[in-house]
Design a protein around this ligand. Structure first.
Ligand code: PGA
Length: 260
């Protein structure tokens, strides 16, 4: 089974017109992608997404970092998946269920909300990077798999089995996000393999075999290669290091080399 690596750059709530322009030109200076081996998707903050679309090399796709649970209407401040599909066609992506949206006290998105958003987004033709992952106290209590399964089960309960081919899972242990504390390649492999087992049991073997499971949490140019060579690590969702052109290109190269 060969799954194409995917590298996502989650720019989070960072940037300005000037810095987006600078980052796009740094990324544009990188080598051409071997598109048989790796795909790349960058997720700028919403106000910059079309600006980035105009500036960024066409072989890099774009994503929103979130969207609303349903369609357009009187939902002040929200962005509907319909709009993402419109603006980012033909390859609209969205990140859903990021741990910051699940855990920030001002947001506290429930598993059910994330599942509802996921269902609506795939119905509108979006590809979804669905983030899951445990808190430090949950890992210390050996509850990693239980938490991942609970978050996935909420999605399975509402999603038709054939819609899973529009999903990429990003396993992002919350204790590794923005902390500089990366999961070891063994920890990532073990957790990704367990997620794949769950998919085999609950969604189907073919979906599980095709599913890309990304690792996220303090991925850098210097640690990407050893993570990428693990058999169930199919790419990365990168936060801090995706704001540095050179480093993000290094992470992409690490995936491309691991696929060789
Ligand atoms: P980080 O963030 O790479 O800065 O740890 C990853 C993420 O939140 O997606």
């Amino acid at each position: 089974m060969t799954r194409k690596y995917l590298v996502g750059g989650n720019w989070k709530c960072n940037g300005s017109l000037a810095s987006v322009k600078q980052l796009c030109s740094a990324l544009n200076a990188g080598d051409k992608l071997d598109d048989a081996k790796v795909e790349v998707v960058c997720a700028p903050p919403a106000p910059y997404v079309l600006y980035a679309r105009n500036l960024l090399r066409p072989d890099f796709m774009l994503a929103l970092q979130n969207c609303w649970v349903g369609g357009c209407g009187a939902y002040t401040g929200e962005v509907a998946a319909d709009m993402v599909a419109d603006c980012l066609a033909p390859t609209p992506w969205v990140i859903l269920g990021h741990s910051e949206r699940r855990h920030l006290p001002e947001l506290r998105e429930s598993d059910e909300t994330v599942a509802k958003k996921t269902k609506y987004a795939v119905e509108k033709g979006l590809q979804v990077i669905l983030c899951i992952g445990e808190l430090l106290e949950e890992r210390e209590a050996n509850r990693t798999q239980e938490v991942n399964e609970r978050q996935l089960e909420a999605v399975r309960a509402v999603l038709s089995p054939d819609a899973w081919d529009r999903i990429v899972i990003a396993y992002e242990p919350v204790w590794a996000i923005g902390t500089g504390k990366v999961a070891t390649p063994e920890q990532a492999q073990e957790t990704h393999a367990a997620v794949r087992q769950w998919l085999i049991a609950k969604v189907g073997r073919q979906t599980a075999d095709n599913m890309r499971i990304l690792y996220g949490g303090s991925v850098k140019g210097s640690n990407a290669a050893e993570l990428a060579c693990k058999p169930d690590v199919d790419g990365f969702l990168v936060g801090g290091a995706s704001l540095k052109g050179d480093e993000f290109l290094q992470i992409i190269a690490a995936c491309q080399n691991a696929a060789s």
